[in-house]
Design a protein around this ligand. Structure first.
Ligand code: ARG
Length: 465
């Protein structure tokens, strides 16, 4: 039975107390449907859980629930097939779906909003959306890490220069370098899993701000939607956006990591380094210079990091002046959050694939090692083991490096007699120490670059994920 009320003359569900229509400019300024319609699956999922609870508690008749379920099924089909008419006049995703439901099933659709407000509804939708997004991100991170570990395994014993100050420092293996990337992304995965825990709580039941007069069962709705529990306080439930800020903070860190990796890839692809090549499908050419192969993907990942930092700042600023409880300001949370989700998701998707298209150019890595006196520290450590105080050893090796530079050779190419002029402690066992392989093999503790340690670290990494 439909009872005609004054508000029925307007398309706005809340127009009862208004005497003139909203201006077009205000309509456009206040509407969010253009960007919040992407939460339609979560909005419908949450509405169905709410309706089931209402019926179970005897707040609406069983027939209403059946009608709501039937109407929602039809709406899902309409949206999926592109037949659903999204309307700016209906402001947001919630009112668009509710209005269509009512046109399909009548009064049952109007009863859906019993004991609920858009304030707790939107907070629930965002949490569901973000939880799904985090699960997708964790999955992609896992794929990236698997492929990264495969590459690290292939290159576990491939020598390359390690850098400090971007100057050749000591020999490491390429696999060891890649494991540093693994550790960065492992912390990212931990952070996203942690954000997920605080995201996964149910706001519904808070209604507008103070709770509701109906005999609702919040725990039931939480269980239906896979939440770990309910938000404790109704005012906090509708106004809290910490989880979105934490997500952007975790995203900012993740993007910072991928930006650093990108910077290394860009350097390594430069022919002056020539340490890696990246498969053609991830590179682009120049419209004017026919010889060019540009690392556009890493460059863009580095560039897109900035917008994610911006979203974190936007959300922190959005929240800082808001008194309890819900304020319309909160509608501004979605675009930054969604763009952070999209940017992180796309970056991970492309990196998970691109890592398979990276190959090491071992010859160039070794050439760079030869030019940098990378085993100088090994010589100093050798002299120290033979009894020379480390500072004296450091000085002796400095002189040896200067001599090698004059002669245009690397340290292991200096004749034994020449090396002995810098310290009588040098014996003919020195050459096994000065070679790259000797240097690598000697760093054989946990976390060190010896190939056997790198392989052990890869095995541990596989079981940690
Ligand atoms: N579109 C709104 C948002 O994103 C939904 C909540 C509106 N609530 C209200 N009382 N106007 O925040």
């Amino acid at each position: 039975m439909t009872s005609p009320l004054p508000s029925e003359s307007s398309q706005y569900t809340w127009a009862g107390r208004f005497s003139e229509p909203m201006s077009d400019l205000v309509k456009r300024y206040t509407a969010s449907v253009e960007f919040d319609k992407r939460m339609w699956p979560q909005d419908i999922r949450a509405s169905l859980a709410h309706a089931r609870m209402l019926a179970r508690q005897g707040i609406i008749p069983a027939q209403d629930l059946a009608d709501i379920e039937r109407g929602m099924a039809q709406i899902v089909t309409e949206i999926e097939t592109g037949q659903f008419a999204w309307s700016l006049d209906l402001e947001d995703v919630h009112l668009n779906i509710e209005k269509r439901l009512t046109s399909l099933v009548g009064d049952a659709g109007k009863r859906l909003h019993t004991g609920r407000s858009r304030n707790d509804q939107v907070a629930t939708d965002i949490r569901l959306y973000l939880r799904d997004a985090i699960d997708g991100i964790l999955d992609l991170l896992g794929q990236f890490q698997n492929n990264l570990l495969d590459l690290a395994e292939r290159e576990a014993a491939t020598p390359m220069p390690g850098f400090t100050h971007l100057q050749v420092a000591q020999p490491i293996t390429f696999g060891h370098h890649l494991l540093a990337w693994f550790e960065m992304t492992h912390r990212d995965a931990e952070r996203f899993a942690d954000v997920r825990r605080r995201t996964n709580r149910l706001p519904l039941g808070a209604a507008a701000l103070a709770g509701t007069t109906y005999p609702i069962d919040r725990e039931f709705v939480a269980a239906e939607l896979g939440f770990d529990g309910v938000c404790e306080n109704s005012l906090d439930a509708v106004s809290d956006r910490d989880f979105a800020i934490e997500f952007c903070a975790a995203s900012a860190l993740l993007m910072m990591h991928f930006s650093r990796m990108s910077e290394e890839l860009v350097l390594w692809m430069n022919p002056r380094f020539g340490f890696v090549s990246i498969a053609d499908r991830f590179c682009t050419g120049s419209s004017i210079m026919p010889q060019k192969k540009n690392p556009d993907v890493p460059e863009l990942a580095r560039g897109k990091t900035g917008r994610v930092y911006g979203h974190l700042t936007a959300l922190l600023t959005l929240m800082k002046g808001q008194p309890l409880a819900y304020n319309k300001d909160n509608q501004e949370d979605k675009e930054p959050l969604f763009d952070a989700v999209d940017t992180v998701t796309d970056t991970l998707r492309i990196y998970a694939d691109m890592i398979c298209g990276i190959s090491a150019r071992a010859d160039n890595m070794r050439d760079a090692l030869r030019q940098g006196f990378a085993t100088a520290t090994d010589l100093a450590d050798y002299l120290t083991r033979k009894g020379l105080p480390f500072r004296d050893a450091h000085e002796a090796v400095g002189l040896a490096v200067r001599r090698a530079e004059e002669l245009g050779v690397d340290l292991p190419q200096l004749p034994l007699a020449e090396l002995q002029t810098f310290s009588p402690l040098v014996g003919d066992d020195i050459f096994s120490v000065l070679t790259v392989e000797g240097s690598l093999a000697s760093r054989k503790h946990i976390g060190g670059t010896a190939p056997e340690q790198v392989r052990a670290a890869i095995a541990r990494a596989r079981s940690r994920r």
